[in-house]
Design a binder for this molecule. Sequence first.
Ligand code: AMP
Length: 281
Amino acid sequence: MYVFKTVKDLQNYVANNRNEGKTIGFTPTMGALHQGHMSLLKISKEKADLSIFSIFVNPTQFNDEEDLKKYPRPIVADIELLEKNGCNALFLPSVKEVYPNNPQPLNLDLGKLDKVMEGEFREGHFAGVAQVVKRLLDIVLPDKLFMGQKDFQQFTIIQSMIDQLKITTELVVCPIMRVQSGLAMSSRNVRLSEKGRKEATLISKTLKAAKKKVDSSTPAKVEKWAMKELSAPGFEPEYFTIVDGHTLQPIKEFSDSDYVVACVATWLEGVRLIDNEILKP
Ligand code: AMP
């Protein structure tokens, strides 16, 4: 696997491969890679000739200095994992390389997409995400972009950006990978104790149970029930919100939309965990 630290080197590599007629698949990450990330790599390898990953802990999407500082950065293990799984190239830039002229704001109209859920609790987060993904897309110019359903609101916003800016890259959304207990894989899970990891299964259990209530309840009632479930000792839930999967806006009845998703964020042992479940496909 090639490791490129500069835009120039990466772009030379991409240009050479494109000249050979190869299609480019790109997966942006913040590192601390796990099998969830590897599932994106597997799909990328199936759908594109060349698979490029980036690892960049983007400072502009963190609204909490501590969270940024504590973000795990096991780069040697990450490189090994990518190599073992057959990634072709890793882009590992510095902040200066990504933002040579300091971060410039992107003037995007995200409507109400970034006002709810994560947007409500992490001010400026999605402006930072859109900014870094746009910059990385400008650098790599991939044919396909791979992102996880794990970050439901994130991929919805990136799709909106792609549509608005008429970017020709196709977004491929990949399913959520979970450990056997049901806990969604996340780079942040390493910060949980053994006990915390066991307790955290309450999140996916609550989502699964919520799905079973669709035929006999209302979104508001299910949200209320779920928030109560998640108020178990040690948990500090921020939201459990049921929305239309396209607009991310709340719905009154489950029959109001044919695509309904429940999204949740909670703190446990000082770690912020998110997950979601599509209640109506
Ligand atoms: P991150 O490194 O957390 O920014 O994640 C990089 C990409 O991997 C994002 O598109 C995530 O949605 C995706 N991802 C993270 N966790 C999982 C998971 N458990 N299953 C599938 N994709 C994931």
